[in-house]
Design a protein. Structure first.
Length: 94
């Protein structure tokens, strides 16, 4: 059985002005047809947990692991750029 772990991160600034990613929540998806469906399920679960319509209100990025191996990183900013420029892909590893 494939286990997908979707990690949600918030980009923050430290007290000395350095940027860092802070893990907000890790969600395991144990039943999904593929990685895209697993991500969609995790996004819905994250949004429900925080009682918001869109997970992007609480997190800036997400990373996907399949059976413990990081395979994908998605940024809210990259998604916005992709929506504006459909040929643009940033930070995606397929």
């Amino acid at each position: 059985m494939t286990i997908y772990t979707v990690n949600f991160f918030k980009n923050l600034l430290s007290s000395d002005g350095h940027r860092f990613k802070c893990l907000q929540q890790a969600i395991e998806i144990r039943q999904a047809r593929n990685v895209d469906r697993a991500v969609q399920a995790a996004e819905r679960r994250y949004a429900r947990f925080h009682r918001v319509r869109d997970w992007k209100l609480y997190a800036d990025d997400l990373e996907v692991e399949i059976d413990g191996k990081k395979i994908d990183s998605r940024s809210v900013h990259a998604e916005i750029a992709h929506a504006r420029h459909p040929g643009f892909v940033h930070g995606m590893h397929h």
